[in-house]
Design a protein around this ligand. Sequence first.
Ligand SMILES: Cc1cc2nc3c(=O)[nH]c(=O)nc-3n(C[C@H](O)[C@H](O)[C@H](O)COP(=O)(O)O)c2cc1C
Length: 317
Amino acid sequence: MVRSYLPEGAITIWPSEMLNSRRLPHEDFQKTPEAMKLEDETHWVPQILGNEEEAIRKSILKLKSHGASAIDINMGCPVKKALRHNYGVALMGDSKYAAQVVRMAKGASELPVSVKLRVGPQKNLDELLDFLWNLESAGADWLTFHPRTTEQKRRGNADWGQIEKVGANLKIPLIGNGDIQTVEDVFALLEQTKVSMAMIGRAATARPWIFWQVGERLGFPPPSGRTGKAPSTAIEEGEEYGRFLESCFKIMLERFNENYAIRKFHFLVRTGAPWLSFGQDLFSKVTQAKTPEDILKNLQTFFSVPQPMLRKTELRQ
Ligand SMILES: Cc1cc2nc3c(=O)[nH]c(=O)nc-3n(C[C@H](O)[C@H](O)[C@H](O)COP(=O)(O)O)c2cc1C
């Protein structure tokens, strides 16, 4: 769905959800929703979680044959399970080993390797830079940086000042991430931090046409199959959100088993609904419905009256 809002001729990097390198080698990709990919999907950069050479190597070779253009390593995940296994943000606690993981990934194939990370245990900028230079020396081709601390998880403000400082001290490209909610935020981040690329997180689940809005400002034509201007007023965005949710749920029902589709749809609505004035009401209506038919009916009732979309919301989950 997000891809359907990408302007014709525009290119971006498409990450996957994180994929566990211990499980990947044994998984059937046709049945792993997180690794599903359409034939014509390009610039796919799956993200792996891991710290063991053999598992990483096998995972990367499998992802490569599945069409990966590059491999991203997760060093930002703060969930307990990742910490227990010493991957995700735990890798930021061991600079040498983190660099070793990059070398393992580089050694597995000729695919470029990037790292996604957040503010780790490093106490100051110099320590953080030391950590990042180690990744750079190990061969990382670019980094994506989310300047929130592990304790912050995904709440509160991302400190874009740190993106600027890090970006100015690296030779490889840096992608800035965190708190981008509107098209204005995309350009504000690029201008304030002077990095050349931005990653949109939660806002992509609420206003995926943000890619169309960005493209419009850069002079790109509309996405293939769409005409006119990208939705921009509160009412236009609310209407598009209703259409987006309905199409998304139908696609989920086509591809996944019903229980999984419903669970994932609840999650999608929970992440995006805070951008609607009456998002809580939408979430209740979707979660109270017992069957896919009822979910679709409740969606249609909810969006049968104008539902204004907010420019900004407080990011919590
Ligand atoms: C529900 C959810 C799942 C996420 N899963 C991943 C993930 O698998 N890998 C990853 O690198 N980041 C993940 N993130 C973090 C985002 O990539 C991003 O760094 C974070 O949400 C900050 O950007 P934002 O403020 O624009 O949302 C996730 C975030 C959310 C809200």
